[in-house]
Design a binder for this molecule. Sequence first.
Ligand SMILES: [Fe+2]
Length: 184
Amino acid sequence: MTRTEGLKLLKENISSQNLIKHCLATEAIMRALARHFNEDEERWGLAGLLHDIDYEIVKNDLSQHSLTGAKMLDAAGVDKDICQAVRVHNENHGIPPETLLEKSLFVTDPLTGLIVAAALVLPSKKVAGLAPENILNRLGEKAFARGVNREIIKKCEELLNLKLEEFIEIGLKAMQSISGELGL
Ligand SMILES: [Fe+2]
């Protein structure tokens, strides 16, 4: 599946603009991680772009979130390893991420939320106004953006062998590079 086809599929299934932006942010970070690890940027980007494809379909039953999405993507002809990365990204299933792709998507998903929340409290509301240290500080503030699972973000160290600071820097730069599309 091409990126254009992936974006079309996403927009057919997701109406929330905020959710589409979250998917674009996840895609951008996944692409940056693929470059960092010398992996396939297009395929990793697609995993990020499509990981929440089922969100509005399973709405009232989050126990099905990501399981349904993986099935939808499989039916759409998306490669099996991408479907599996989508399936395991919902930590509530307790499926341990195994491949580098799976691990990357797993830790990237919550990082986007922390960066968005950190930007929205700035007077400018722009990611351009953020430095990696700001994100790191926000990560340490438990009362800030409570919905963001810090423990998963921090797993970048054991799962990806990336220092937290480095992971945050990669993620922030990736989101800054598409700030126009994110409206942030
Ligand atoms: Fe997500």
